[in-house]
Design a protein around this ligand. Structure first.
Ligand code: GAR
Length: 187
């Protein structure tokens, strides 16, 4: 059995989608979800889905080995960032080489970097009148959104689309592809 841990900061709809995708899998198991926000909706989803959910604060994440030791204890094969907004510190990256992946709601290298998340990304795409956007799944290194790209998928957008519509289109791509890419990396 391959095991994954999911890190999420907010709603966690991708986390839920991944948990449901692997619910009956004989090969892959979601061991836990970690969040940096104790009010994050993802924790409610964990309760409902019977997946252990844990909160950690910035000190545990950035200034200590607490999170590294915790994840090591889970014995996971992959760490999946699904809407996780903090930069991953180098002690975590060094502890899990090529084992951390992220999903970004745009076609990197466009619209990446510090502060580019969620609605801000979709607003930038709209402001630039881009005819398309998409998702990027990539390995995580010490720079925001710069690790090697594993997978991208595109969707077209029209001038009438507002940021909520763009977000919805991007989420659809995420729900369709992210679990399958995770599965492919593991099996
Ligand atoms: C997702 O669209 C994900 O790509 C994005 O946050 C959203 C989280 O939604 N991540 C980033 O912007 C990272 N820079 P969710 O909490 O409903 O899964």
């Amino acid at each position: 059995m391959k095991r994954i841990v999911i890190l999420a900061s907010g709603s966690g709809s991708n986390a839920e989608n991944i948990i449901n995708y692997f619910k009956e899998s004989p090969n892959v198991e979601v061991s836990a979800v970690l969040t940096n926000k104790h009010t994050a909706k993802v924790l409610e989803r964990c309760d409902r889905l019977n997946i252990p959910g844990f909160y950690f604060n910035r000190a545990a994440f950035t200034n200590s080995d607490t999170v590294v030791q915790f994840i090591k204890g889970l014995e996971v094969d992959l760490i999946v960032l699904a809407g996780f907004l903090w930069k991953i510190p180098s002690n975590i990256i060094d502890a899990f080489p090529n084992k951390i992946i992220n999903i970004h709601p745009a076609l990197l290298p466009k619209y990446g970097g510090k502060g580019m998340y969620g609605e801000k990304v979709h607003q930038a795409v709209k402001d630039n009148l881009d005819p398309e956007t998409g998702i990027t799944i990539h390995y995580v290194n010490e720079h925001y959104d710069e690790g090697a790209i594993i997978f991208q998928a595109k969707t077209s957008i029209s001038k009438e689309d507002d940021t909520a519509t763009i977000a919805q289109k991007v989420h659809q791509l995420e729900y369709e592809h992210f679990p399958k890419v995770i599965e492919k990396l593991l099996l």
